[in-house]
Design a protein around this ligand. Structure first.
Ligand SMILES: Nc1ncnc2c1ncn2[C@@H]1O[C@H](COP(=O)(O)OP(=O)(O)OP(=O)(O)O)[C@@H](O)[C@H]1O
Length: 261
């Protein structure tokens, strides 16, 4: 459904992305992983058209995204970015209602259906109890969940998440990942936690210094060799005994050396 074709991105000082190509199939959960500064957020920002690539093309259902209107893109894609908007005086329910904007005519009233969708989205993201608070009165993790609720209210076909579990406690991390995994839509998420990525993603894109180092299933991408090459740490590959999913252990290269002496 979505194709990224030969995308490069440069700023005056340097090239940030080098000739990236991949495609996303309907209903799949794709994870973008890689060290700090490897280009994950930049790649996502180009997909949701916050940044314009220097060369290459992104197509959605074979249409060039540059030719699509903002409104059409907002009906297709919802984004939870790393930044929270500076709308401190807005209440949670008003913010989540903003997710309905792409479906409204100029100055149209919120419909019964809009209110029902907003309430359901707040329930799913576990923020209903915060609905009358303003954004300025929330913790980092609560804000993150409100932004997820807003994205859910958008009812888009593609959900883009930039480090969605950042700021979340472990219960809410797993809740969020379970929730988005169950959605019948396509998800693309930049993730730092490789074990979360391994557990939930159908496919991983491993970025390294602006290049797509490897793509494939978690088993294909998360090997001892690739982790050493890209993250410069040693990894042991195992299985989570409860979920049977791939599980990684990490250690610095010199661990255990003192015991060898
Ligand atoms: N506007 C800009 N001008 C100059 N350099 C930039 C700009 N935006 C991003 N960069 C650089 O591009 C590289 C990729 O940044 P990006 O935010 O995409 O990385 P990331 O993989 O998402 O990192 P992190 O894991 O730390 O969030 C970094 O080295 C960053 O400093």
């Amino acid at each position: 459904m979505l194709q990224v074709k030969n995308i490069s991105f440069s700023v005056p000082e340097k090239q940030i992305l080098h000739d990236i190509s991949f495609s996303m199939d309907q209903g799949k959960f794709i994870g973008i992983i890689g060290p700090n500064g490897s280009g994950k957020s930049t790649m996502l920002k180009i997909i949701y058209r916050y940044l314009k690539q220097s060369s290459g093309q992104v197509t959605l259902y074979e249409n060039d995204m540059e030719q699509m209107t903002r409104k059409k893109i907002a009906q297709e894609m919802a984004v939870v970015s790393q930044e929270t908007p500076v709308l401190f005086d807005f209440t949670v329910k008003d913010l989540v209602m903003m997710g309905r904007t792409p479906y409204k005519q100029w100055l149209a009233q919120d419909s019964k259906e809009d209110f029902a969708i907003v309430e359901e989205s707040m329930k799913l993201a576990d923020v209903l109890y915060l609905k009358d608070r303003t954004l300025g009165q929330l913790s980092g993790g609560e804000k993150k969940r409100v932004m997820l609720a807003r994205a859910l209210a958008q009812q888009a076909n593609i959900l883009i998440l930039d480090e969605p579990t950042n700021h979340l406690d472990i219960e809410h991390q797993l809740q969020l990942m379970d929730l988005v995994k169950e959605l019948p839509i396509t998800i693309i998420a930049a993730l730092h936690d490789l074990n979360l990525a391994a557990s939930y993603c159908d496919e991983l894109l491993l970025m390294d210094e602006g290049n797509l180092h490897r793509k494939g299933t978690p088993e294909q991408v998360l090997t001892e060799e690739t982790i050493k090459q890209v993250f410069h740490v040693q990894a042991g590959i195992s299985k989570n005994p409860f979920t049977q999913k791939l599980h990684l252990f990490f250690y610095a290269e010199n661990v255990g050396r003192s015991e060898d002496k």
